[in-house]
Ligand binder design. Structure first.
Ligand code: ZN
Length: 222
């Protein structure tokens, strides 16, 4: 659907110079993407979905495979409401980076299989835990069909405790082609989301699907 060949936004995740990732969109248009990591969360994710629906904002959710268990309906709802579901490993272990390439691949496959079981399709977008990339991850991803997705605005929504401060940081970071990193795991994100959406819209920005920035399919059916 996005047929133009584009090279914008292809850069390297954090300082890890090993894995190519899409970290932004074109800086020529007032368009931005929002992404949520670490869900699905039985209490937080539905509240996020509700706000997104009310404001017709598409988003991407990079889910942890083990969190899908018991939240299958929530994952289906996320998909049905037009959001992209991506792979964020199965365990999101702090030690993911110490795994061998085959160990990493196994985790990705576990999450792929779980998403396929629930949504009937395989995710093609992958976000590494903590945004860290290293040579084993490069090897794990080589010859796979994943698009690796980064960000260029980190909200620090799991770290910044003060809502006003958090919202202020988000507003200041507004720029064409921004990809915001949020987490659907805490109350603060829910509390500031609507204000942030309204502020961005008031300033002439529109929210687009991450697919538009990546320019590759988000799913495969086999
Ligand atoms: Zn994460």
């Amino acid at each position: 659907m996005y047929s133009a060949v584009v090279f914008y936004g292809v850069t390297y995740l954090s300082a890890g110079f090993f894995v190519k990732a899409v970290c932004s969109g074109p800086d020529s248009k007032k368009e931005l993407c929002i992404t949520f990591d670490d869900g699905p969360h039985p209490e937080i994710t539905p509240r996020i979905l509700k706000i997104l629906k009310e404001h017709s904002v598409p988003a991407a959710f990079f889910v942890i495979g083990k969190n899908i268990e018991g939240n299958e309906g929530l994952l289906q709802k996320t998909d049905q409401e037009g959001h992209i579901v991506g792979n964020h490993t199965f365990n999101h272990s702090f030690w993911f980076d110490l795994k061998s390439p085959s160990g990493m691949k196994l985790e990705l496959k576990q999450t792929d299989d779980k998403i396929r079981e629930v949504l009937g399709k395989y995710p093609l977008y992958f976000r590494p835990p903590y945004g860290v990339t290293n040579p084993p991850l490069y090897k794990a991803l080589r010859d796979t069909r994943y698009s690796t997705i980064g960000w260029n605005v980190r909200s620090f929504d799991t770290v910044v405790m003060d809502k006003i401060n958090l919202l202020d940081k988000l507003k200041k970071a507004l720029k064409p082609g921004a990809i915001y990193l949020f987490h659907d795991t805490n109350d603060r994100t829910v509390e500031i989301l609507e204000s942030f959406i309204l502020y961005a819209k008031e300033n002439g920005y529109s929210f687009v699907s991450i697919e538009k920035f990546v320019n590759k399919d988000a799913y495969a059916f086999n």
